[in-house]
Write a protein that binds this ligand. Sequence first.
Ligand SMILES: Nc1ncnc2c1ncn2[C@@H]1O[C@H](COP(=O)(O)OP(=O)(O)OP(=O)(O)O)[C@@H](O)[C@H]1O
Ligand SMILES: Cc1ncsc1CCO
Ligand SMILES: [Mg+2]
Length: 268
Amino acid sequence: MTNPSFSCGRLLAAMRQANPLVQCITNDVAMNIAANVLLAAGASPAMVSAEEEAGEFARIAGAVTINIGTLWSGGVAGMLAAANAANGAGKPWVLDPVAHYATGFRRRVVGELMALEPTILRGNASEIMAMAGEATRGQGVDSGDSAMAAQNAALTLARRYGCIVAVTGDVDFVTDGSRSATIEGGSPLMPKVTALGCALTCLVGAFAASTPDQPFEATIAALALFAVSGQDADGHARGPGSFQPLFLDALSALGSDRFDAEARITMR
Ligand SMILES: Nc1ncnc2c1ncn2[C@@H]1O[C@H](COP(=O)(O)OP(=O)(O)OP(=O)(O)O)[C@@H](O)[C@H]1O
Ligand SMILES: Cc1ncsc1CCO
Ligand SMILES: [Mg+2]
């Protein structure tokens, strides 16, 4: 167990300096909060998902993020086009397999997307455990498992698909199949505000866009930024309603030096 050999503060400064364009194909619930999270953190979100333009747009974006939260049949072709175009252009892309275990439709679409080899897979503990074939206590889009219980599943998936896997929950876990890290922090109010995990998936895309040759470090930095900002907002919030604006303020106020000082990352 060691401290990370890289500086999250430096990755945050690089991301803000780059102000990366992130193509977010996300769900109807997450659209607004995800765009606001990226703007507060220092990235440039664009919610571009139609089949007619998703592939074309992916070639000019720094990264693509795909989330199946409010999946419908008309949305699938745009997702596949964006993932294929990102692959063709050598751009990182991130998959958020929301409640993929709940229906056959979701399982089929996630199978098609995983076959396109995402750079990073980000899910809650129940989603990651179910993808590795383990039993879960997930209910719809909400996790019923701890991220620590999903560590073996995350390692299995990272090795099987050759991708970075990020599992979130009370403590987060990130692995590339050989290196792993845990990230502590956040707030128990975070799962009480809808779509914060979906917004985090888009933020992972922002860090991956500005540091494309270090997707493992980029993923850790994004999760750590949520952890420190969540902790900062928690100190002032009266409940989930006041938490959300305080969290956006905390994301934009956090400086690189304080980020490095406050991030609780352990390499394993
Ligand atoms: N109990 C908790 N304590 C501290 N932080 C938490 C807790 N639960 C979740 N988080 C944080 O909330 C953020 C979102 O993670 P979560 O696992 O809730 O995603 P999710 O289930 O995919 O969310 P959604 O589907 O609503 O978008 C992460 O930054 C995570 O670390
Ligand atoms: C509530 C909800 N339903 C589909 S997606 C979503 C946002 C959290 O994943
Ligand atoms: Mg989710």
